[in-house]
Design a protein around this ligand. Structure first.
Ligand SMILES: [Fe+2]
Length: 133
């Protein structure tokens, strides 16, 4: 099974955020496909960089939305984003010098994404929807 299986309960109802979340999931699942094909070690470095770049792009977009709406929990939401970026950067650095297991990376990312979308992102989108009323 994929690391990050997209299910409809992950839909927040915000089209831009949902589109980006789906793309994020697809990226993590590309790593899964490579592992299944026996190419996990080979692609891990590139996969981590692709995840980092997309994460950076997506977080900036989400943070822009939060700031535009004066979201009161912006600081704590952003802190979770910074923490993930730091973790992915650490993985990139570690992978350059010693072996990092692609499976561990995939499971970590899959769990992080689901947990973050279901709790932290959902809280923001629900707040934004209520504030717009
Ligand atoms: Fe977020």
């Amino acid at each position: 099974m994929e690391f990050a299986r997209w299910t409809e309960d992950l839909v927040t109802g915000h089209p831009q955020v949902d589109t980006q979340h789906r793309r994020w999931y697809a990226l993590v699942n590309e790593l899964h496909e490579a592992i299944v094909a026996g190419r996990g070690d080979e692609v891990l470095g590139a996969a981590l960089r692709a995840v980092y770049d997309y994460t950076d792009f997506h977080f900036s977009a989400e943070e822009g939305l939060m700031q535009a709406h004066h979201y009161p929990a912006f600081g704590s939401h952003r802190a979770t984003h910074l923490a993930l970026k730091r973790q992915v950067k650490d993985l990139i650095e570690r992978n350059a010098t010693r072996k990092v297991l692609p499976l561990t990376v995939g499971l970590f990312l899959g769990n992080w994404l689901r947990d973050h979308i279901e709790t932290v992102d959902r809280r923001f989108i629900e707040w934004e929807r209520a504030a717009a009323r």
